[in-house]
Design a protein around this ligand. Structure first.
Ligand SMILES: Nc1ncnc2c1ncn2[C@@H]1O[C@H](COP(=O)(O)OP(=O)(O)OP(=O)(O)O)[C@@H](O)[C@H]1O
Ligand SMILES: [Mg+2]
Length: 416
């Protein structure tokens, strides 16, 4: 029997919870049988940052990146590893340019999605550049912010074109709030976007060929934002939310991304879907954390064993041909996108692979989450996240939710 070893690199910022979970699940899964009888073993290392020659050959076959969106030395290392060495990246830094909301809005509008009306207005304060004053005096056209807002209609949201973590987001109900928010925007470049009056907020997390749709409560504190609720969308809306998440991801070649959609009646409005370093913290995902880390392990193993190749070019025409077709209805477009995305993510092949090569992973993860090793991780995570007087409260809160997951998962596995 031939043997193959694969090294997975983790490029990390401050997080400790999901990397520990990932390392542990990968270790417990052990070697995996591929086609042709090859035995595949996996190692996992946390990547350190150091000088590198552009001609060095990295030891990693796949890298999960959580750092390069703000730290440029490892970002350049990733680009080199992608261009020169074909290392598989979740996600590729070549897609960062579209990681601001703006490019994603544009692409999804062209594809016919129900992105709310959105206008980009020029900077409020001068840009820090010696050429700005001359250029602005000569070419910036005066505009009436109030008229733009009237045209969109109140209420609306003002938010940075490249936002994240709720920075600079405000909900605006009248002209006074509009001008106050614009005055405060300073050097940030802002969108005005029509507010969607919604029934439920669905946030989906996609990892490769799998998507989890969760009910999200943005007005709650972080640890309560994801609600455990399995039936909050109609099957039709649920499927549309999955399609939209996968469409964004296959369009930009993101394999690890979250997507926010607002659902009103049977209509689904995507509002934020460029989160290619998504929150997977145990303290926010709680009940959904085991699914997320298990799926991350499954997708990495699938990718490495089947030698899935990374693609740097976006091949956007595949999608534009559908989006630009005047004879297709919205539903027909969604169906066509779903075919394209599921083929891009090899959904059927992935499911077959998981059944034949990872048949016990669900039991392995359940056994781990139900045991003392996971409880240690939970306690350590709470201690490093919250002040001392809140430790007991959050340990009990998370134990309750993870206990619920263990009960549900035990039922699911015994039912099948
Ligand atoms: N068009 C809209 N209609 C209704 N609510 C909106 C709209 N745009 C934004 N919001 C609300 O404001 C919140 C933050 O907006 P958005 O997601 O665009 O910013 P963000 O900085 O990416 O925040 P986060 O990091 O929480 O995703 C959303 O979660 C939602 O509750
Ligand atoms: Mg958001």
């Amino acid at each position: 029997m031939t043997a193959s070893r694969h090294l997975i690199g983790l490029l990390l910022g401050t997080e400790e919870d999901w990397p520990r979970a990932f390392e542990e699940i990968l270790r417990r899964v052990g070697p995996v049988a591929g086609t042709g009888g090859t035995r595949h073993a996996f190692d996992c290392e946390r990547i350190t940052i150091e000088p590198f020659s552009l001609r060095d050959h990295p030891r990693y076959n796949l890298v999960i990146d959580r750092l390069a969106y703000w730290y440029y030395h490892p970002r350049e290392w990733l680009k080199k590893a992608a261009l020169m060495n074909g290392v598989y990246l979740l996600n590729s830094p070549f897609t960062f340019q579209s990681m601001e909301k703006h490019a994603a809005y544009c692409a999804m509008m062209r594809l016919g999605l129900k992105v709310p009306e959105t206008v980009l207005v020029p900077y409020k304060n001068p840009v820090d550049n010696a050429r700005y004053a001359y250029t602005a005096a000569r070419y910036n056209r005066p505009f009436d912010l109030g008229t733009i807002a009237e045209r969109i209609g109140y209420p609306l949201f003002m938010k940075p074109y490249d936002g994240g973590a709720w920075r600079g987001v405000s909900r605006i109900s009248n002209p006074a709030e509009l001008h106050a928010a614009y005055d405060q925007s300073g050097e940030m470049l802002m969108h005005l976007q029509k507010a969607v009056d919604y029934d439920v907020f669905a946030r989906s997390l996609s990892i490769g060929a799998e998507t989890m749709v969760m009910r999200f409560q943005p007005d709650q504190p972080m640890h309560l934002r994801y609600a455990v609720d399995h039936e909050f969308l109609s099957p039709q809306a649920g499927s549309e939310v999955v399609t939209i998440g996968r469409l964004v991801n296959s369009f930009f070649r993101w394999e690890f991304n979250s997507c926010e959609t607002l659902v009103k009646g049977s209509e689904v409005y995507p509002i934020d879907y460029a989160n290619a370093c998504p929150d997977v913290a145990l303290t926010s995902l709680h009940y959904y954390f085991p699914w997320a880390i298990r799926t991350l392990v499954k997708w990495c193993v699938f990718t490495l064993v089947t030698e899935r190749r990374p693609k740097l070019d976006l091949e956007t025409d595949r999608f534009f041909e559908v989006g630009d077709d005047p004879d297709m209805t919205y539903q027909e477009k969604l169906d066509a996108y779903r075919k394209l995305t599921d083929s891009y993510f090899e959904v059927d092949r992935y499911q077959d692979f998981c059944q034949t090569s990872l048949p016990h992973i669900d039991e392995i993860v359940l056994d781990w989450v139900a045991g003392p090793n996971f409880d240690r991780l939970l306690i350590d995570t709470v201690r490093s996240t919250y002040p001392a007087h809140e430790h007991d409260k959050f340990i009990a809160h998370l134990r309750g939710l993870l206990g619920l997951w263990v009960r549900d998962e035990t039922g699911r596995l015994h039912a099948t």
